[in-house]
Write a protein that binds this ligand. Structure first.
Ligand code: MRU
Length: 354
């Protein structure tokens, strides 16, 4: 099966496939400074919770390669400056904080070593984060595919595919794995207004991979569920609270409620880097508010009266009670999520670092 990769990471330079231009233009931009990576994240040239974390880590690696700090204190200060800048780029996906903190902890756990060796350890950790994400996605795909039946018609929202990760994808990873197992599945791709990640990115991935799919607008989902044309819903996640409440692309919550009404399983597929054990419920998740222009302007044309204001929250929170299961790299987790997520992912070391 074809490989789709949203980035190329070589010699401390990051080539980013500009996702704002997909599906019709395939152009790469080069980032060799952490602020360029930050700009690419802010401008949505790269997006998706895991990918934001991975590329922020790479931004740290490129600065560590150039760093000349002569002692631990100034190296730690430099690291914090870079991390503080990157963490402000997008507020909802916790993978960003997770990746940056993992690198800061690498420095802190090795503070007695020489700065050059701390820098090497940080760079090694970045490469590990990148590699692990791909492995995790493959594991999510394998576990998730077991939940998919022959000829299932799967509805997905936004893009939780290779383009949102190190490769392969989370929700799309499950779809791919089921397709690879020849389950004869087909996919309803939610357009995902206002940014159209479904139409522009997921539909493109499906075409590249040869997976049968149709595009629908977001407001058609209920209709197709009512007609019995959706067997399962699978989405990704930007942040999962300890109790299982899940933030994902705006529109996910409505799909979950509709799925419950129609007795359709609703699955969230996400790696453990998306779980935020520091928060108890989804009420604590910060929802990114984006420019109203994304709602008002379509294909360069203003659609609403000039004076009309638009709201543009980028994510919503689906309460855990609507989620049939969370598919992770360690297996399929079911309710009660607080107990089962903690049991699966928390050890003494991670609890201490919370
Ligand atoms: O605003 P985006 O495009 O970064 O939002 C992406 C999503 O909501 C995805 O579903 C989520 O990050 C999971 S990606 C594996």
């Amino acid at each position: 099966m074809k490989d789709i990769s949203p980035i190329e990471w070589k010699n401390f330079k990051l080539k980013v496939l500009d996702q704002t231009l997909l599906p019709h233009i395939k152009k790469y931009i080069l980032c060799s400074h952490f602020k360029e990576v930050g700009e690419a994240i802010k401008d949505m040239k790269l997006r998706g919770a895991p990918l934001i974390g991975i590329t922020a880590a790479m931004a740290v690696a490129m600065e560590m390669k150039k760093n000349k700090a002569g002692n631990y204190a100034s190296l730690h200060r430099d690291l914090k400056t870079i991390a503080d800048y990157l963490i402000k780029t997008r507020p909802t996906a916790v993978n960003l904080r997770w990746a940056l903190e993992r690198l800061i902890k690498t420095a802190e756990h090795n503070k007695d070593r020489r700065p050059s060796s701390i820098r090497d350890l940080i760079i090694a950790e970045v490469n590990k984060i990148y590699k692990e994400d791909l492995e995790n996605n493959k594991a999510i795909g394998k576990f998730g595919a077991e939940l998919i039946r022959e000829k299932d018609r799967i509805l997905t929202h936004c893009n939780a595919g290779a383009l949102a990760t190190a490769g392969y994808g989370t929700a799309v990873g499950v779809i791919r794995a089921a397709h690879e197992k020849k389950k004869k599945i087909s996919v309803l791709v939610d357009e995902t207004r206002p940014y159209l990640q479904g139409a522009r990115l997921t539909a493109w991935e499906m075409s590249e991979l040869g997976i049968p799919h149709v595009l629908i607008t977001d407001n058609m989902a209920g209709h197709f569920m009512q007609k019995g044309m959706v067997d399962v819903v699978i989405v990704g996640a930007d942040r999962i609270a300890t109790n299982g409440d899940t933030a994902n692309k705006i529109g996910t919550y409505s799909l979950a409620v509709l799925a419950r009404e129609h007795k359709i399983p609703f699955y969230v597929a996400a790696p453990s880097s998306t779980i935020d054990f520091r928060i108890k419920t989804g009420a604590e998740i910060i929802i990114e508010e984006r420019d109203e222009k994304e709602v008002k302007i379509i294909a360069g044309k203003e659609m609403a009266p000039k004076k009309t204001k638009a709201l543009n929250p980028a994510f919503d929170v689906t309460p855990a009670k609507y989620i049939s299961a969370i598919i992770t790299e360690k297996g399929v987790i079911r309710a009660p999520y607080d107990l089962n997520l903690e049991k699966t992912f928390l050890n003494k070391e991670t609890i201490a670092s919370l």
